[in-house]
Design a protein around this ligand. Structure first.
Ligand SMILES: [Zn+2]
Length: 272
């Protein structure tokens, strides 16, 4: 029966691809300008193009405030989002459909409780947001800036869609559904230990090697270390080797570096 469903899924995927394939010139023009994808080999790139076509066929991407989302912009978003599921498959992006794109940072109502228990309301600028079972919201200006170079620990598309993986099982708690061959205990130990260590580091006021925003919650920690995993793997590996190891198992299905990350590693070595 499982084999039947696997065959059915492959057939459905082929049908989507035949109908919605991303034209090669559009794909090349866009992805050639995204350094984050430069380490992928031709087979991985072809796979990413297929996943991105599936993404664009299944998800609705629309602009807010009259913003027009061009086909190029859609590919910029799809290609980076699908980098997360390159080895996970499309099942990991099921259960939601919408992506809303604002021209720039957008204002959201924000509530915060102070140390005396008083709730303060205000507005806050955001570059992205991800709703459980709901839409992903992105600021195009941030997507554009994060896509044109590899920034250490910063990529709004990776961040927001990592929340989608996390929320797949119904709660955004920093633990996405792990695939076979992974142990929940090992994930838990690696992530809890690292999260607590980073919180202590930030509380003590010292220099934090990982963006302190990661200490907001375990869910934000997972999204932020995902950004590091793809943009600055060496930094993450050095600071939290166990977390790096678990993310390699999760995102790449292997321990250690893939060719793709290997190139990033050299990129950072050469900067050091
Ligand atoms: Zn977040």
């Amino acid at each position: 029966m499982r084999e039947f469903f696997a065959r059915f899924r492959r057939w459905k995927m082929r049908r989507v691809l035949a109908k919605y394939a991303i034209p090669l010139d559009l794909w090349k023009t866009v992805t050639d300008k995204i350094p984050l994808l430069s380490g992928l080999d031709p087979v991985e790139m072809a796979h990413l193009r297929a996943l991105s076509a599936w993404f664009l066929a299944k998800k609705t991407i629309h602009g807010a405030q009259g913003f027009e989302v061009t086909p190029e912009m859609k590919v910029v978003i799809a290609a980076q989002a699908c980098l997360l599921i390159l080895h996970l498959g499309t099942d990991y992006f099921e259960g939601w459909v919408g992506v809303t794109v604002y021209p720039g940072a957008f204002r959201v109502k924000h509530e915060e409780q102070d140390e005396f228990g008083l709730v303060h309301q205000g507005f806050e600028n955001r570059s992205g947001e991800s709703w459980l079972k709901g839409p992903v919201i992105l600021s195009w200006e941030d997507v554009r800036l994060d896509s044109r170079e590899i920034l250490e620990g910063r990529n709004v598309v990776l961040h927001e869609f990592a929340h989608k993986l996390d929320g797949m099982d119904g709660s955004m708690n920093g633990v996405p559904p792990l695939h076979s061959g992974m142990e929940r205990r090992a994930w838990h130990d690696a992530f809890v230990g690292a999260y607590e260590a980073l919180c202590r580091e930030v509380d003590s006021g010292g220099f934090s090697s990982i963006d302190p925003y990661a200490t907001t919650s375990p869910a934000e920690f997972f999204a932020v270390v995902t950004e590091y995993f793809f943009t600055a793997p060496a930094v993450l590996e050095q600071r939290f080797p166990e977390v790096f190891g678990q993310l390699a198992l999760f995102y790449l299905g292997r321990s250690g570096y893939s060719n793709f990350l290997e190139r990033d590693w050299r990129h950072f070595q050469s900067l050091a």
